[in-house]
Design a protein around this ligand. Structure first.
Ligand SMILES: Nc1ncnc2c1ncn2[C@@H]1O[C@H](COP(=O)(O)OP(=O)(O)OP(=O)(O)O)[C@@H](O)[C@H]1O
Length: 239
């Protein structure tokens, strides 16, 4: 029996249909699962299987077409757009394949940015942004712009930007796809360390089976369906 009180997110019969040029495409169908506090979930599946669609629904970026999504036991259908935006801004950190940093801002300003959106006072913003950069090993790089950083350093800035708001959930969409093998492992280890030390919940999707095999819970999707959902009891870092 699932402990619903500990579920950060619960998908109940979720469907996602993308429509473009009058054509419907079923990207997710009958998705049922829960994400619990402190989990590190590796999501895998072939290209086009629905990984990004699932992360976008989980991140409240894209509403499901059908079904119910509960965040901390609240049905998102009962929330206004303003409430959803606030939850997204406060509780969910995103990390993307292409880093998505603002090129004209320094590393520090990029990390500070989500706190500006939450109207956090400047002194606190700066303190927290410095701490987050330190946590990802970039305290000496705060004044560099993204263009003056390596790919791995840019992804570290993006991770600092995700953790600075002390989120409940971090969603990482192919965070290592643009990085070489060694840097990918470092970024993965960093995310794993954050999950362990900060007790933040992480769901990461990747084509890299070596990385996925190191996650505590592995979910495989195919053609918009969950194919398997398994706990790796031999690994540390679970709930
Ligand atoms: N905005 C959209 N309009 C129409 N179809 C879409 C849209 N977004 C995604 N799809 C389709 O939905 C399916 C799932 O796409 P999704 O991006 O979720 O897969 P994915 O597993 O993340 O793929 P990849 O590994 O290549 O990034 C694909 O067939 C895709 O073409």
């Amino acid at each position: 029996m699932e402990k619903l009180s500990e579920a950060v997110l619960r998908f109940q019969n979720i469907h996602k249909i993308h429509s473009s040029d009058g054509v419907d495409f079923v990207a997710l169908e009958k998705i049922n699962f829960s994400i619990h506090k402190g989990e590190f979930i590796g999501l895998s599946g072939k290209s086009g299987s629905g990984k990004t669609s699932l992360l976008n629904v989980a991140g409240l970026i894209d509403p499901p077409t059908k079904g119910d999504l509960f965040i901390k036991n609240i049905n998102i259908k009962d929330l206004s757009d303003k409430q959803l935006s606030l939850i997204r801004a406060q509780e969910i950190g995103f990390i993307f394949q292409s880093f998505n940093l603002l090129p004209l801002l320094s590393a520090l300003e990029n990390v500070e940015y989500p706190l500006m959106l939450l109207n956090i006072p400047e002194a606190e913003r700066l303190e927290r942004a410095h701490q987050a950069l330190k946590r990802v090993g970039l305290d000496g790089f705060s004044h560099r712009r993204p263009g003056q950083l390596s790919g791995g350093q840019r992804q570290r800035v993006a991770i600092a930007r995700a953790i600075v708001k002390d989120p409940t959930l971090i969603l990482a969409d192919e965070p290592t796809a643009n990085l070489d093998t060694k840097t990918s492992e470092e970024i993965f280890d960093l995310l794993q360390g954050l999950q362990r030390d900060l007790r933040v919940t992480v769901m990461l999707c990747s084509h890299d089976q070596d990385l996925i095999s190191k996650t505590h819970r592995q979910i495989k999707i195919s053609d918009g369906h969950i194919l398997s959902d398994s706990l790796q009891s031999s690994l540390n870092g679970g709930v």
